[in-house]
Design a protein around this ligand. Structure first.
Ligand code: FAD
Length: 376
């Protein structure tokens, strides 16, 4: 019996697991070494999985946050880099806030898997402190002129459209003076430098510089001056995604540990026959399953519009990212010396477990959120 999922959700889980085994598994080692491969990623876009969580009215399958978490967990069990490319983009706000014109141009094509988006908020001087964003968008006739630098942007080079957060009114606080623009990447005035990552190397992370980049005024997404609120909503919404990816990573670490401990023989018996190793695996499984329960509880709360869903998503991300780190670290230890080489997947899982503690709110920032909720 499975108490988490309906029949429809279980069928989705099976569908994504099959896709991950057939399409992602053969390429995960290569893209970890060589980096993001757009031709490979087009298979993810063509899979229809983007549409799983999108409302039926917008051409999606309407399976909500729980559906998206299932997709991300199953993808991350096999290839967390590809799951990261899949989860970012900042397109969620289009459903409720974008103009019909922008929806036709970018939102529906994204749902159909025709375009790749990126979410461009972070800057060299503005990470956790989003109010420090310095990129400007100055109105000039029917256009806005963008100047500034964004960093750590996933899909930053290959994206068709960037959702760029920029200051449109320097005379007020950022919370009232920031707006968001849909910026097609073929516009003049955009230069991109791909960043060499130690984690999630198969995703494409880039620094993007805007130099007098002229964007049509019609590409303002949502209302002028509401960018800060949209950014905060996007980051908060992203936390459950990061939690789902971490559960996938933790799951793969536990499976890898079990496999290795049962096959590695020392002192004439598998190392799993030693109580120390067996108990270590038991602790990993306990951490994984408690964090997984929290993930799907928080996802279900989001789908039911629970008023505390945001905080529970933060708690779920905190626990899931900790579980991923714990399981990945112990899996590496169980692998002994071979774990320190690139001849096994334990080291890749260990590197990939690190990043989700940073994006969509670092663990420190999540502690602040949870503490504020508890203490008022
Ligand atoms: C793999 C990856 C993908 C990413 N993808 C994107 C993307 O697609 N688009 C995008 O816009 N950004 C993206 N980012 C950027 C990410 O959102 C930022 O890295 C994150 O917000 C943290 O900002 P920072 O790196 O500047 O760290 P900082 O904010 O400088 O934090 C540095 C350290 O100080 C701690 N700290 C900061 N403030 C406080 C505080 N008030 N109290 C206690 N501790 C504090 C942090 O927890 C952290 O440990 C990505 C990052 C990574 C690693």
């Amino acid at each position: 019996m499975n108490t988490y999922f309906s029949e429809e959700q279980l069928a989705l889980k099976e569908r994504v697991a099959k896709f991950a085994a057939e399409v992602l598994a053969p390429e995960v080692g290569r893209i970890d070494k060589e980096g993001f491969d757009m031709e490979h990623y087009r298979k993810v876009m063509a899979s229809g999985l983007v549409a799983v969580a999108v409302p039926k009215a917008d051409g999606g399958e309407g399976m909500g946050t729980v559906g998206r978490c299932i997709v991300l967990e199953e993808m991350s069990k096999v290839d967390p880099s590809t799951a990261l490319s899949f989860l970012v983009g900042g397109m969620g706000m289009y459903a409720t806030s974008a103009s019909d014109e922008l929806k036709e141009k970018y939102y529906y094509p994204w749902v159909r898997g025709e375009i790749l988006p990126a979410f461009a908020l972070t800057e060299p001087g503005a990470g956790s402190d989003v109010s420090s964003v310095k990129t400007t968008a100055v109105k000039d006739g029917d256009e806005y002129v963008l100047n500034g630098v964004k960093t750590l942007i996933v899909n930053g080079k290959s994206a068709d459209v960037l959702n760029v957060y920029a200051i449109t009114d320097t005379t007020v606080k950022t919370s009232k003076g920031m707006s968001v623009f849909a910026v097609p990447t073929d516009l003049p005035g955009i230069s991109v430098r791909v960043q060499d990552m130690m984690t999630l190397r198969g995703s494409e992370v880039a620094e993007i510089t805007f130099t007098d980049c002229r964007v049509p005024a019609a590409n303002l997404v949502g209302e002028l001056g509401k960018g800060f609120a949209y950014a905060m909503g996007g980051i908060a919404g992203g936390r459950i995604n990061a939690a789902a990816c971490s559960i996938g990573i933790a799951d793969s670490a536990v499976a890898d540990a079990v496999r290795y401990a049962n096959t590695r023989v020392q002192f004439g018996k598998p190392i799993s026959a030693n109580q120390a190793i067996a108990h270590q695996i038991a602790k990993m499984e306990c951490k994984l399953e408690s964090a997984r329960a929290l993930l799907y509880k928080a996802a279900d709360m989001i789908d039911h519009g629970d008023k505390d869903a945001g905080v529970f998503a933060s708690i779920a991300k905190r626990e899931a990212t900790d579980a991923a780190q714990y399981c990945a670290d112990n899996n590496l230890m169980i692998h002994g010396g071979i774990g320190c080489t690139t001849e096994c997947i334990a080291e890749r899982i260990y590197r990939d477990a690190h990043a989700a503690r940073i994006y969509d709110g670092t663990s420190d920032i999540l502690d602040l959120i949870v503490a504020r909720y508890m203490l008022g």
